[in-house]
Design a protein. Structure first.
Length: 269
C-alpha cells in the first residue's frame, strides 16, 4: 500500500505541475476551474475503480485544490477511450491523465491531445503511436524478476524433474507484460532448459480479466488431472481468478500462485 500511495503522490504532483505547462493554453475566465480528466482502461482489473480512482482524486486535491477531476472508463475498448479523450478536449481539458485501454491502439488519442496542445500524463500503462509529456510507471522488469525469483524458490523445494507449471500473462499489447515475462524468464528459463520444469499450460489474458484467468486455470487443471505444481501469473487480479479456480476444486492452499507488483519510475519527454 505504501508503494501505491507513493505512486499516486507522483502521478498527482505531475498532473498538478502539468496544469501550468500547457504549450498554448486557451484564454480562461478568472473564475474558470482547471479541468483534469483521468482515463481508466477497464473494470476487469478491479484496482482501477476501487483504488486508483479515489486515490488519484484525493491526492490531486492536495496538490491542486483548484482543479476538478473527471473520471472516465473505457471498459476495455481503445476506440471508446479515444472518443472519451476527444470529448474531454472539446470540453476544455487542461490535463489528461491516461491509463491506456490498449497500448497498441492509443496513437489516435495521443495525437488528438498533441494537436490540441493538451498535456498528457501516462500512468501505469504505456501508450504508443503519439507523444506524451510524462509517464509514471512501475518497474515491470524488476517486478517480473521478483515474481520469477519467488517461483524459482518454490520450485527448488519440489522434488524431481519435469515439475509441471502453468503461466498466465496479461495483455500482449502492453510494455508491462513483455517486461514481466523477461524478468520472470531470468529465473524460469534456466529451470526449463535443465528439465526441472515443464510449462504445460500457458496463455495471455485480454484486459487482465480475472474471470478469463479462472476459466483458463479450470481448463488447465481438468486437462492435467489437477497435476499442476505452480501457477505463475503477473498481477493480483489474475492471481485471484486462479485462486478461485483452485478453491472450486478444494485445491486452494495446496497449489501456490505467484504474482503481484511493486516499484515505480518516472519518465519525462
Amino acid at each position: 500500500m505504501k508503494t501505491r500511495v507513493r505512486t499516486f503522490c507522483v502521478a498527482a504532483a505531475v498532473a498538478a505541475m502539468a496544469l501550468g505547462a500547457c504549450a498554448a493554453p486557451a484564454p480562461r475566465a478568472d473564475d474558470e476551474t482547471e479541468k483534469v480528466f483521468f482515463f481508466l482502461p477497464n473494470t476487469t482489473t478491479t484496482r482501477f475503480v476501487e483504488r486508483d480512482e479515489p486515490l488519484f482524486t484525493d491526492f490531486l486535491e492536495l496538490f491542486a485544490p483548484e482543479a476538478t477531476v473527471t473520471v472516465r472508463n473505457a471498459e476495455g475498448d481503445p476506440a471508446r477511450q479515444q472518443s472519451q479523450v476527444e470529448s474531454a478536449i472539446a470540453e476544455g481539458a487542461s490535463v489528461l491523465v491516461v491509463i491506456s485501454a490498449d497500448a497498441r491502439f492509443s496513437g489516435g488519442a495521443l495525437t488528438a491531445a498533441a494537436e490540441a496542445d493538451v498535456p498528457v500524463v501516462l500512468y501505469d500503462h504505456d501508450a504508443v503511436g503519439g507523444p506524451a509529456d510524462v509517464q509514471v510507471i512501475f518497474d515491470p522488469l524488476e517486478v517480473g524478476r521478483r515474481q520469477g525469483s519467488r517461483a524459482a524458490d518454490l520450485i527448488a523445494a519440489m522434488p524431481g524433474d519435469g515439475v509441471k507449471i502453468a503461466r498466465v500473462e496479461g495483455n500482449l499489447g502492453e510494455y508491462g507484460t513483455r517486461q514481466f515475462r523477461l524478468g520472470q524468464d531470468e529465473y524460469l528459463q534456466p529451470l526449463a532448459d535443465s528439465g526441472k520444469i515443464r510449462v504445460v499450460c500457458e496463455t495471455a489474458i485480454d484486459d487482465w480479466d480475472p474471470a478469463e484467468g479462472q476459466a483458463f486455470a479450470e481448463e488447465c487443471l481438468t486437462r492435467e488431472n489437477n497435476d499442476i505444481a505452480l501457477f505463475v501469473t503477473m498481477n493480483d487480479d489474475l492471481g485471484g481468478g486462479i485462486v478461485a479456480a483452485l478453491a472450486g476444486r478444494g485445491l486452494d492452499g495446496r497449489i501456490p500462485v505467484t504474482g503481484g507488483r511493486t516499484p515505480i519510475s518516472l519518465r519525462c519527454n
